[in-house]
Design a protein around this ligand. Structure first.
Ligand SMILES: [Zn+2]
Length: 253
């Protein structure tokens, strides 16, 4: 064996191997540097992108469901029964149906919390609701007074029409039909920038109405009728071609 040749060969092999190792090390270094740079520039870009896309991706609620009163403000009452609880029960039934039907909605409250009238309107306006339905019970010193009614803002262009649609669904529900009622000064009807209705589901001060409004089956039936009204109003007044996308309630006092 030629020793010199062998040595030369080994040397060549060695330097060849070293070159490969060097290339690998260099590649690792380059990858590390590029990776570091990408991480540095990429890291803030990712949350930025996701946080900036949250709002545009949000679907505006078609219907805002406003369970009246709540928290320290019980509304009307009769014995142990408070309006805030009755209207929440009915509103939660409405929520279930809207979710089942895939109608976009927003609940002003889903538990026993206080929300001011100002915030109710503000939330609905900010979230760009298309229809606002407020759920209440009536009450009167004369316990003989009873029945169900739909209140609307007479200054709203479609107020009376959509009130008629809603009341037609509720008129034969088992409570006295008190028909529709113009209420120009109700805060949530006045300050919501979308068609709005306020439903007075029976008189809590009336024995027969009280029994109905606290009955689970009646609450369910009531929610079904209200959602049926919502669907018809959405179809004929909110989503119908040629209908203005947003109806402005008159501003100011
Ligand atoms: Zn009320």
């Amino acid at each position: 064996m030629d020793f010199n040749k062998f040595f030369e060969k080994t040397n060549k092999k060695l330097s060849h191997n070293m070159l490969i190792v060097l290339i690998i090390l260099l590649s690792i270094a380059i990858i590390a540097v590029i990776g570091g740079y990408l991480r540095k520039s990429g890291a803030p870009a990712v949350p930025q992108a996701s946080s900036s896309t949250v709002e545009p991706l949000e679907t505006p609620p078609m219907v805002v469901i406003d369970a009246g009163h709540g928290g320290w403000e019980p509304g009307a009452g009769n014995g142990q029964i408070n309006e805030k609880d009755v209207v929440l029960d009915i509103s939660l039934e409405i929520e279930k149906l809207l979710a089942q039907k895939g109608i976009e909605y927003l609940m002003i409250r889903t538990d026993d919390t206080y929300v001011s009238l100002e915030d109710r309107a503000k939330i609905a306006n900010e979230k760009k609701g298309r229809l606002f339905i407020s759920i209440h019970n009536n009450s009167f010193t004369d316990s003989a007074q009873s029945g169900i009614l739909t209140a609307y803002n007479p200054n709203s262009p479609t107020g009376r029409d959509i009130a008629q649609v809603m009341q037609s669904k509720l008129s034969d529900i088992g409570m006295r039909n008190r028909d529709i009622m113009p209420r120009p000064n109700l805060y949530v009807l006045r300050h919501t920038e979308m068609p709005a209705l306020l439903l007075e589901i029976g008189f809590i001060s009336n024995k027969k109405d009280l029994k109905l409004m606290t009955d689970g089956d009646f609450q369910q039936k009531c929610a079904q009728r209200i959602v049926s009204g919502i669907e018809e109003i959405l179809k004929d007044f909110i989503l119908a071609p040629g209908t203005a996308a947003g109806e402005e309630s008159p501003e100011g006092d």
